[in-house]
Design a protein around this ligand. Structure first.
Ligand SMILES: Nc1ncnc2c1ncn2[C@@H]1O[C@H](COP(=O)(O)OP(=O)(O)OP(=O)(O)O)[C@@H](O)[C@H]1O
Length: 595
């Protein structure tokens, strides 16, 4: 799913629920300033003082030059020179303070947003993540958030300054002569209105630009993650061309954005030049008529220039607003995405929870428009039992696991643990009750020790080693260059499939949950690895309620019961011996798999 297709949040219907409308990205960006009110106030105050000092210094300078040219007493100007020096210094100080405060404010908010995004991803995982490309998501988390720096550090404060300062400069100009203001106003209105003419186009281009940037990112991440396959299949050229195609689209959007921003800039410059020319002509006319002293001629030009300056600075920033709001929309699309599964209770059911898992007439579909992935599925795993799920690819085995882990809620029927519906457990409790050994364990870019410790972060080194010994991982870990301190590297590439599974088993052993969910790897292992893995799995299963997606004959045989799934339905249940005797679907499946 691309971002274009991310559910439009307003009034959307999802399985009968209407989600409330959301305020626009702009108001949400402003709302984030609430908790940094004082910092924002200080930024604006220093920005206004900075501009006021700049005007004061230039006006003083202009007045001094005007007075000196008309041959007045130069001695009398000395105090004004001191004042000019003080104003220049104060301006420099305020310029620094404004920058510092604006960036402090922006980076604080950006850190808040990144934290909120991470929490949102955690809340939405894994259902939402399955639908988004990881590179595109990474782009949202990093570069879209980075774009917001523009808004907080360079837009909000600049906007207030661009309103307050020109008003002050216009008042000062009006005290010199009303005609000066009148001569400048049409051009000022023109400058302010130019970004409005291009508003829609800027928003459209901004969205396209951020979307394409996300796609290029996704493409690059994809290619980097799949580099081994790309090289092995000699497909470097093909992927290079895909990336180049995305890049060409991105460049087209960037050119459109740059062209429009350039046109806006050129029109703004033209309007400012026109305004300055009008003021120049009006001031010259007033001086010639004797309505304005010559000493005030440079002053009126300087005041006119300062009326335009903050507005022009703002229009330069508004040229990027389309991209900033598009980035904000992408960020808020993640922050506001409704979680498919939410805690309905604050505390788990009271009393001891028996690890007895039951699927009661469960039907489930992944989306309102999709067919059922499970249809009236019922089976149970009694406390301490092992049940193996078998079936062809797409039969619904993983879906059963997803529902037990409550990654999704059932569409009809229920899954219970100890007789309690999963919806009556807070998700945190559920995660504690169940340990998962996935088919392809993700090894984080940290030491093997810390990778195992993810099972129970509070575990000491000895406990980690004990779990590894039980999982028969200790021996090969000790042979690694730095033993348990060896970095597992990105995706743990230096470990074999069987070794990685044993790390996953050690992780689960350390977690020590009463319920175990295993998705057995399909890959073939050598006999030694196979035996080691089997022993490790048997140790892990012992005394736990285990639901396993089984591929190995040894696992299937040793299960207390086998549930055979076909097209989302349970077609057979029984022990290996019973099902073999029956000679039905299970026997066919096994014959096909193991011949
Ligand atoms: N995230 C998803 N969105 C939509 N449909 C899905 C999703 N995941 C699985 N399905 C569909 O649900 C059905 C059951 O899939 P499931 O992954 O549970 O099968 P499986 O038996 O585990 O297959 P395999 O052994 O290949 O993993 C399939 O038709 C599949 O296409």
């Amino acid at each position: 799913m691309t971002l274009e297709q991310v559910p439009a949040p307003e009034g959307i219907q999802w399985d009968g629920q209407t989600l409330p409308p959301r305020p626009s990205g702009f108001w949400k960006l402003l709302a984030m300033l609430k908790s940094h009110f004082w910092l924002m106030g200080l930024t604006i105050a220093s920005g206004i003082t900075n501009q006021a000092m700049a005007i004061a210094a230039t006006c003083l300078g202009a007045y001094l030059v005007g007075t000196a040219v008309t041959g007045s007493n130069v001695e009398a100007l000395v105090p004004l020179l001191w004042l000019l020096g003080g104003t220049v210094l104060l301006r420099a100080l305020m310029a620094w303070l404004e920058m510092w405060l604006a960036h402090d404010l922006a980076y604080r908010i950006l850190a808040d947003v990144r934290g909120a995004l991470y929490r949102a991803l955690e809340r939405l995982a894994p259902s939402y993540l399955l639908d988004r490309r990881s590179g595109d998501l990474a782009c949202s988390v990093m570069s879209d958030v980075e774009m917001l720096e523009w808004f907080y550090a360079h837009t909000v404060g600049t906007f207030v300054v661009a309103v307050v300062v020109p008003v002050g400069a216009l008042i000062a100009l009006a005290t010199l002569h009303g005609l000066l203001v009148l001569s400048l106003l049409p051009a000022l209105v023109l400058v302010v209105s130019i970004p409005l003419w291009f508003g829609r186009r800027a928003s459209r281009e901004g969205k396209a630009l951020r979307r394409q940037l996300g796609e290029v990112n996704a493409e690059v991440v994809d290619a980097v993650q799949g580099l081994r396959e790309i090289v092995a299949f000699g497909q470097g050229g093909y992927f290079g061309e895909r990336l180049a195609r995305r890049d060409r689209e991105l460049r087209k959007s960037q050119m459109a954005h740059g062209g429009r921003a350039g046109l806006e800039g050129a029109l703004t410059n033209g309007a400012v030049s026109l305004g300055m020319l009008c003021v120049l002509a009006a001031a010259a006319y007033l001086v010639a008529r004797g309505s304005l002293g010559f000493a005030f001629f440079p002053l009126s030009i300087v005041l006119a220039a300062y009326t335009f300056e903050p507005v022009v600075a703002l229009t330069r920033i508004t040229q990027n607003l389309g991209v900033i709001f598009a980035a904000a929309e992408r960020v808020f699309a993640v922050l506001d995405a409704p979680a498919l599964v939410e805690d309905k209770v604050a505390a788990p059911p009271t009393g001891q929870i028996v690890p007895h898992v039951r699927f009661n007439q469960v039907s489930f579909r992944y989306g309102p428009a999709l067919p059922n992935a499970l249809e009236n599925v019922s089976f149970e795993v009694a406390a301490g039992e092992t049940v193996a799920l078998v079936g062809h690819s797409g039969a619904g085995k993983s879906t059963c696991i997803h529902l037990l882990l409550r990654f999704w809620d059932t569409t009809a029927g229920s899954v219970t643990i100890g007789g309690h519906d999963l919806r009556n457990f807070p998700q945190a409790t559920l995660r504690e009750l169940i340990a998962l050994v996935p088919q392809d364990i993700y090894l984080f870019n940290m030491s093997i020790r810390d990778n195992i410790r993810l099972g129970r972060p509070a575990a000491c080194d000895e406990e980690v080693k004990a779990a590894a010994r039980l999982a028969l991982a200790d021996e090969f870990v000790c042979c690694l260059p730095q033993g348990y301190d060896t970095n597992a590297g990105e995706r743990g590439l230096q470990l074999s499939g069987g070794q990685r599974q044993r790390i996953a088993i050690a992780r689960a052993l350390l977690k020590n949950s009463p319920i175990l969910v295993m998705d057995e790897a399909v890959s073939n292992l050598d006999t030694e690895n196979e035996l080691a893995l089997q022993t490790a799995m048997d140790r892990l299963r012992s005394g736990r309620t285990t639901l396993v997606i089984a591929h190995r004959l040894s696992t299937i045989r040793s299960a207390d019961r086998i549930v055979v799934l076909q097209a989302g339905q349970v077609v057979e249940t029984g022990t290996h011996a019973q099902l073999m005797r029956r000679g039905g679907r299970y026997a066919e499946l096994l014959a096909a798999q193991h011949n």
